[in-house]
Design a protein around this ligand. Structure first.
Ligand SMILES: [Mn+2]
Length: 651
């Protein structure tokens, strides 16, 4: 009598409507022909009753499901389970009608749920989508090793130079390393290597989205193969390549032909160069996975990188998780393999020019991590490589789609995720390599002002009054803000309100309490001009413990921006003017004052003596000497009121 019900399990997947009808049809067929029309009528009304009951149960069933905390996405297989469970219940009810009850899950400990098995995924279950072909260990770059340079012919040298010029990394080397190279043994800490992942709830499926613009063929394809060789087939829904209007010939038809071999890989094109944000949004929109995993187009994934990211999202659906990003050397393509005993972690931060940077995690954060399987919280993320639940990505407002080309979108998303109910984390057990280039090979169609414009958008939406600190440091940004030339942000402000996001003070107090927050209204700030030379103090490229330099005043803020703080420092972001002895040049050193509980070192403490309106001697408190420009160098000398090369003004 349970045949009809049991058969359901053997049917191929058919539409829901069919499934609802099927039991009653089967029962009709089971009636011997000799029975009268009356019986058929009875059976029919019985069937009708059953269908009604089914509808009632299905409606009631929604309410009796244990509430799933939003935004945990249920895999589609689980939806099937629910349908089957309901059918089984109805088969029973046909013969013994009792009050409908919620499914008694867990009442019989001996029952094994085939759709949510206990235990952990086996290695076989986590098999990657493709098996990496055996590697010739003598080949260039094998096992993630460096490309070994030998003497190059003039022609090879030309090719190498061209690669460096157009791609800003050693394409010549990359082209000579296998697209399929392995990265050697799994050298992650043992707790990462040995970690098991529960089968239930299952790890979600993910779409890997890779945006590229004129990426070198070999790095792009190595990224794709690297995913295919490492991502478990059961979780890898697809790889979506989004071409942001590349112009290189091999990225056109040849790329299409190459990836056609893999049903797994889809190639989307943006006809017009719109930038990273638009391309990622296109990829996300077309993605079918429950989780979106974004990668850059010059990455290589290490053993077991994907599972810990997905597992963390199962555990905490509002977590936006990045792998530990390691360096693939831009010259030798050497992959920096993790070291099993290494326990130093970096996290992302920002300065008040809204530049992204790395710092070592605080001891407090370190003590939170029992071992490497724990996620590291990060105030800001680099934004190139990360996984996020697709539902949460949409809930939290995807990206600011009015940001152009590139720049600032990672800081925007960082602030938004933290302020609106999510969290940003780095998962140490997940290791992905990335080619960090020292300069960008890409053109900015409308100049680099788009970055500043993007930054102004994020400052206007998320930073409240703190945006003024940024504007003080970046005059271009101040002008864009002043002229309202940053586009319409009303949609983003509505999002902020709808999600009930917290304010920026909360972010600074709770997410990044270690941040140095400049005075909102410092007494003196701007460029520091020497009256003798009429040039300005300049910190140069960010490189602490470097002599401070003198450059023509450019009036843009940036590297010439200084603040005289309430602690009497002459500060540029996190570096301070640091007085030195004798004829040693005065340098920029990391500021010793970092908020409560820290002190200004006397060498960073300055006394300003007004000598004329707006004109000062800058005297160091401990050395009792004055900042002097001498022979093109900034040094400390005996103070002399009449010495114009000791006269400074803020402009
Ligand atoms: Mn990159």
């Amino acid at each position: 009598m349970f045949d009809a019900g049991n058969k359901l399990f053997h049917y191929p997947r058919f539409k829901l409507k069919d499934r609802q009808l099927r039991p009653s049809l089967i029962m009709l067929r089971m009636l011997p022909r000799r029975y009268s029309r009356r019986l058929k009528l009875l059976a029919l009304s019985g069937a009708l009753f059953l269908m009604l009951l089914l509808v009632t149960l299905q409606q009631g069933g929604e309410g009796t499901m244990s509430p799933v905390p939003w935004p945990l996405v249920l895999p589609s297989t689980q939806e099937w389970v629910k349908v089957f469970v309901r059918f089984a219940a109805i088969s029973n009810l046909t013969f013994q009608i009792v009050a409908p009850q919620p499914p008694s899950l867990g009442l019989h400990p001996t029952t094994v749920d085939p759709f949510c098995p206990s235990g952990f995924y086996s290695n076989v279950e986590l098999r990657p989508y493709l098996q990496r072909p055996p590697e010739d260990q003598r080949s260039q770059g094998a096992y993630g090793r460096a490309f070994v340079s030998r003497h190059l012919s003039p022609e090879e040298q030309r090719e190498k130079n061209k690669g460096l010029r157009t791609h800003c990394f050693n394409k010549f080397a990359s082209d000579r390393i296998s697209l399929h190279r392995s990265l050697g043994n799994d050298t992650r800490p043992p707790e990462c290597v040995d970690r098991l992942f529960r089968r239930c709830p299952p790890l979600p499926s993910t779409s890997v989205i890779i945006v590229f613009h004129n990426e070198a063929w070999s790095t792009l394809l190595r990224t794709v193969y690297s995913v295919l060789y490492t991502a478990p087939a059961v979780m890898l829904k697809e790889i979506i390549l989004v071409d942001d209007a590349s112009t290189l010939d091999d990225l056109k038809a040849p790329l299409e032909h190459h990836v056609q071999a893999f049903k797994m890989v889809r190639l989307l094109r943006q006809q017009e160069r719109k930038g990273l944000v638009a391309a990622r949004l296109l990829g996300a929109q077309k993605a079918h996975g429950e989780v979106l995993t974004f990668l850059d187009s010059h990455c290589e994934c290490f053993h077991g990188w994907l599972e810990p990211l997905l597992a963390r999202i199962v555990q905490e659906p509002t977590a936006v998780v990045s792998p530990d990003i390691v360096v693939i050397d831009q010259n030798s393509l050497k992959f920096t393999r993790p070291v099993p005993t290494q326990r130093v972690h970096s996290r992302g931060n920002f300065d008040w020019s809204l530049n992204f940077g790395w710092e070592t995690i605080t001891s407090q954060e370190r003590s939170r991590l029992k071992d490497e399987t724990y996620p590291v919280r990060t105030p800001v993320f680099a934004g190139g490589l990360f996984s996020i639940s697709k539902a949460f990505f949409e809930h939290i407002g995807t990206y600011d789609d009015k940001m152009e080309i590139w720049g600032g979108e990672n800081i925007e998303m960082s602030f938004r995720v933290w302020l609106c109910g999510g969290q940003l984390e780095i998962v140490p057990c997940s290791v992905v390599g990335h080619i960090f280039r020292s300069s960008s090979p890409h053109s900015f169609p409308n100049g680099t002002d788009v970055i500043v414009r993007n930054q102004v958008r994020l400052a206007e939406v998320w930073m409240d009054d703190y945006k003024k600190i940024f504007y003080r440091m970046n005059k271009k940004a101040a002008a864009i803000a002043q002229e309202n030339a940053y586009g319409d942000i009303s949609e983003r402000l509505r999002l902020k309100e709808r999600l009930n996001c917290k304010n920026f003070t909360w972010y600074l107090n709770h997410v990044y309490p270690e941040a140095y927050v400049p005075d909102l209204t410092p007494a003196l700030f701007g460029a520091v001009k020497n009256m003798g030379s009429e040039t300005c103090l300049d910190v140069g490229q960010k490189n602490p413990q470097k002599p401070v330099m003198m450059y023509p005043c450019h009036n843009l803020g940036g590297n010439q921006y200084f603040e005289f703080t309430s602690q009497q420092e002459l500060r540029h972001s996190v570096v301070c003017l640091h007085a030195t002895l004798d004829s040693e040049p005065v340098r920029m050193d990391p500021c010793t004052y970092k908020g409560k509980g820290t002190e200004v070192t006397p060498q960073q403490e300055w006394v300003l003596t007004l000598i004329l309106p707006k004109m000062f001697l800058l005297k160091n408190a401990i050395l009792e000497k004055c900042l002097t420009l001498e022979g093109g160098k900034v040094v400390m000398k005996r103070c002399d009121l009449a010495h114009s090369y000791q006269h400074w003004t803020f402009i």
